[in-house]
Write a protein that binds this ligand. Structure first.
Ligand SMILES: [Zn+2]
Length: 66
């Protein structure tokens, strides 16, 4: 499990683009976050499930080697 570097809460991957039925199910189950339809390499890759909902991991930040 990946955790937030800011607050230590559980983190989920952010999926961009138009979600299909399976992605919507995953989102409802709390396994992913939806990032909207604007796809960019600079978008963050990860979202934490803490109250502040940190986001990180975009190409510009270069903090996530994955
Ligand atoms: Zn956080």
């Amino acid at each position: 499990m990946r955790t937030c570097p800011e607050c230590g809460a559980e983190a989920v991957r952010i999926v961009y683009g138009m979600p299909g039925p399976q992605l919507l199910e995953e989102m409802k189950a709390g396994r992913i976050a939806l990032g909207g339809c604007v796809v960019s390499e600079e978008n963050p890759k990860w979202a934490c499930k803490g109250p502040i909902q940190h986001r990180w991991g975009g190409k510009a930040a270069a903090r996530d080697p994955a």
